[in-house]
Ligand binder design. Structure first.
Ligand code: NAP
Length: 583
C-alpha cells in the first residue's frame, strides 16, 4: 500500500524537518534534505506546488527577472532540459516548471496539500516542535522550516460596504483557477502596483470599459518581452555554471551591468545615452546605470526625470501622463514594476484613470464604487491591493518558542532575526528568505538556493555532531538587526512608504525589513558565520549546552565608496545613531 505524506506526518517519532510551503523554496528544501538522508515533509495550503505562481494567476502575471536567471541552478540536467519560451516567463509556464521540478524529483509523495499550519510550539524538554495543522493530527519535528513566501498573504484591506456590492470581486493574489472572461463587462480595478500594472493591459483588451483607481503611481519599465534574444541565450548556454555564478555574485542576484559611474559626474548627453540604452534593453537594467542613484537625491532625480519623459512619450493625454508620474518617492525605493504595454493602455478609449488623491474612495455601493466625486458602476471589481509582506505568513501562525514566547511579541516593534534565517528564542526554526535577508530585493530564486543550501549544511553539521538544537543568541540577533539598519540607512530606500517598510499595513511597525547589503555580501557573511563554527548561535545536545557563541563579527569590509557620497552616508548613519557624531 502506498504511504502518503499524511500517513508519515502522524508518526510517533519526530520527523527531522517539517517544511511549510511548496513554492520554489519549499520544493528545493525538500529535495535537498531528502538527498542528505533527512526525513523531511512539506505541508502546503494550496492544492498544488508553485507558491507565488500557484496563487497569482491573474491575467498578465509573469516574472520580472529574466527567466534564464529566474530558474533553479542546483541541478545541471534540470537546467539543460528546460527551455523557457520567453524572456520573462508567464505564470502558466512558471507553474508548469514548478510541476516539472516536482515530478522530476518525485517531490509530491512528501507533500501534504490543502493543509495549513495553524500553530507550532517549541517543546523544550523534547527539543522538538509540536506543530498543529488544520488537517487534524499534530506533527512533531526536530526542525521547522518556514518556506512561506514573502508576498503570500494578501493585506486585509477592506472598503466600507464592500459586502453590499452585487457584482463580482476578484483579488489578483487569489485568482480563480478557471480564469475570468471580462468580455463585455464594465470593470474597476483598485491599485497600481506590479500586480495591477501587469493585469491592466490584458483586462483593458477584454473589458468593455476599465476604470483604474490609483492612489499612488509607480515607476514601471518596459519588459520588451519576446523570445529570449539569441545573444543572451548563447551567453547562458556557453557555460550555464559560470552564468549562474555571475548572477549570484551581484547585489540583486541577477546580472545588471552595475556601473560605478556617478550620474552627478557624468555629462548630460552621456547620461541620456546610457539611460536610453538600458531602457531599450528593458526590465531592471536601468537600476544599475549609476552608482549614486540609490543614495544621492540629485542623482536619483535625473533618473526620475528621464522616466517621467518616457511616460509622457507613451501617454497621449499630458494630464493623464502627469497623474501616472510618481512624485512622492525616489526611483527604486519601491520595487519598480516591469510591464508590457501599461502606459499605452491609457490611450485606449475604453480606459479611464481615477485619481484617488483628488477624489478619495468612499466605499462600495450595490452597483460599484463611490468616490467623493461620483459613483462608478461595475460588473466586476479587481482588488490588486498588495500583501502583508515578509512577516504576514509567519505571524499568522501561533508560533511560540522558548518559555512560550510568541513570535508576534518578539516582533512587536518589527521583525528581529539573525541573518534573516533564525530568531532568538526559537530554536530549530528556520525561515527561507525571511525578514533580515536580501530576499525581496533580489532575484528570489538565487536567494532561495543560497538559503536552502546554508540551512542544509547547518543541519548536516548538527547531525554529524549529534547536536539537537541550534538557536540564534540575543546578542547576535541584535547585532544583525543593527547591521541590517546600517546597510539600508545610507540609501534612499527608507524614504518611500513601501511594503518593504511595512507601510502598507495599518498598525504594522515601520522598519525596513529586507537586508539591503546585497546577495553577494550576504552570502559571504553567512559562509563566514558557518566557517566560524556557527558564530552567534547557541548549540545544544539535549539539555547540555555545547557551544555558546554570542557574538556576530562577520561584517564584510566596507566596499569602496566614492568620496562624493561619503558626507551623505555619514550624515544619515549619524542621524540614525548608527555612527558616533564627528566631534
Ligand atoms: P503593491 O505593490 O503593494 O500595490 C498595491 C496597490 O494597491 C498600490 O497601488 C496601493 O496604493 C493600492 N492600495 C492598497 N490599499 C488601497 C486602498 N485602501 N485604497 C486604494 N488603493 C489601495 O502590491 P502588488 O501590486 O501586489 O505587488 C506587490 C509586490 O509583489 C511587488 O512589489 C513585487 O515585488 C511583487 N510582484 C511581482 C510581480 C512580478 O512582476 N513578477 C508581479 C506582481 C507582484 P498605495 O501605493 O497608495 O498604497
Amino acid at each position: 500500500m502506498a504511504v502518503s505524506a499524511k500517513d508519515t506526518l502522524t508518526e510517533r517519532q519526530p520527523i527531522d524537518a517539517l517544511i511549510v510551503g511548496a513554492g520554489f523554496a519549499g520544493m528545493y528544501m525538500l529535495h535537498k534534505l531528502r538527498g542528505l538522508g533527512f526525513n523531511a515533509k512539506v505541508v502546503e495550503a494550496g492544492s498544488g506546488v508553485g507558491g507565488t505562481w500557484y496563487w497569482n494567476r491573474y491575467p498578465g502575471a509573469r516574472v520580472d527577472i529574466q527567466s534564464l536567471e529566474y530558474s533553479f541552478g542546483f541541478d545541471e540536467e534540470l537546467e539543460q532540459e528546460w527551455r523557457w519560451s520567453e524572456r520573462y516567463a508567464p505564470q502558466p509556464e512558471l507553474l508548469r516548471y514548478a510541476e516539472h521540478v516536482a515530478e522530476r524529483f518525485d517531490l509530491k509523495r512528501d507533500i501534504q496539500f490543502n493543509t495549513k499550519v495553524t500553530a507550532a510550539h517549541w517543546d523544550e524538554a523534547g527539543q522538538v516542535w509540536n506543530v498543529q495543522t488544520d488537517a487534524g493530527d499534530p506533527v512533531r519535528c526536530r526542525h521547522l522550516i518556514l518556506a512561506t513566501g514573502c508576498l503570500s498573504i494578501p493585506t486585509d484591506v477592506t472598503f466600507p460596504d464592500l459586502d453590499t456590492y452585487k457584482g463580482d470581486i476578484y483579488r489578483t493574489s487569489r485568482w480563480p483557477h478557471e480564469g475570468v472572461d471580462f468580455s463585455g463587462m464594465r470593470v474597476g480595478i483598485i491599485g497600481t502596483g506590479s500586480s495591477a500594472i501587469q493585469s491592466i493591459p490584458i483586462i483593458a483588451q477584454q473589458a468593455d470599459h476599465l476604470t483604474i483607481f490609483q492612489r499612488t503611481p509607480n515607476y514601471s519599465m518596459p519588459a520588451h518581452n519576446g523570445p529570449i534574444p539569441q545573444a543572451d541565450f548563447e551567453a547562458w548556454a556557453k557555460d550555464p555554471r559560470a552564468y549562474r555564478a555571475a548572477s549570484k555574485d551581484t547585489v540583486g542576484g541577477f546580472q545588471n551591468e552595475a556601473s560605478e559611474a556617478l550620474a552627478t559626474e557624468t555629462a548630460p548627453e552621456e547620461i541620456k545615452a546610457e539611460l536610453e540604452r538600458r531602457w531599450a534593453w528593458g526590465g531592471f537594467r536601468i537600476l544599475g546605470a549609476f552608482a549614486d542613484t540609490s543614495i544621492d537625491p540629485e542623482a536619483n532625480r535625473i533618473v526620475q526625470d528621464f522616466i517621467a519623459g518616457k511616460i509622457r512619450e507613451q501617454v497621449s493625454d499630458p494630464a493623464v501622463a502627469d497623474l501616472l508620474t510618481p512624485k512622492d518617492h525616489p526611483f527604486g525605493t519601491k520595487r519598480p514594476c516591469v510591464d508590457t504595454g501599461y502606459y499605452a493602455t491609457f490611450n485606449r478609449p475604453n480606459v479611464e484613470l481615477v485619481n484617488l488623491r483628488a477624489e478619495p474612495l468612499v466605499g462600495f455601493t450595490p452597483e460599484g464604487i463611490e468616490t467623493s466625486a461620483k459613483t462608478y458602476a461595475f460588473d466586476a471589481v479587481v482588488l490588486a491591493t498588495g500583501f502583508d509582506a515578509m512577516t504576514g505568513a509567519i505571524d499568522r501562525i501561533d508560533l511560540r518558542g522558548v518559555g512560550g514566547r510568541r513570535i508576534k511579541d518578539h516582533w512587536a516593534e518589527g521583525p528581529r532575526t539573525y541573518l534573516g534565517v533564525m530568531v532568538a528564542g526559537f530554536p530549530n526554526l528556520f525561515t527561507i528568505t525571511g525578514p533580515g535577508s536580501p530576499s525581496v530585493l533580489t532575484n528570489m530564486i538565487n536567494s532561495i538556493e543560497q538559503h536552502v543550501e546554508w540551512i542544509a549544511d547547518c543541519l548536516v553539521a548538527l547531525k554529524q555532531r549529534q547536536q539537537t538544537s541550534i538557536e540564534a543568541s540575543e546578542e547576535a540577533e541584535a547585532a544583525w538587526c543593527r547591521h541590517v539598519a546600517e546597510a539600508v540607512t545610507p540609501s534612499l530606500l527608507p524614504q518611500a512608504n513601501s511594503w518593504y517598510m511595512g507601510a502598507n499595513v495599518p498598525g504594522k511597525p515601520r522598519m525596513f525589513m529586507p537586508y539591503a547589503g546585497g546577495l553577494n555580501t550576504y552570502t559571504e557573511i553567512c559562509n563566514q558565520v558557518a566557517a566560524k563554527d556557527y558564530e552567534g548561535f547557541i548549540i545544544r545536545q539535549g539539555d547540555r549546552m555545547l557551544s555558546e557563541s554570542r557574538t556576530f563579527t562577520s561584517h564584510p569590509p566596507m566596499g569602496e565608496i566614492p568620496e562624493k557620497l561619503m558626507p551623505i552616508i555619514v550624515e544619515r548613519l549619524t542621524a540614525a545613531g548608527l555612527m558616533p557624531s564627528p566631534e
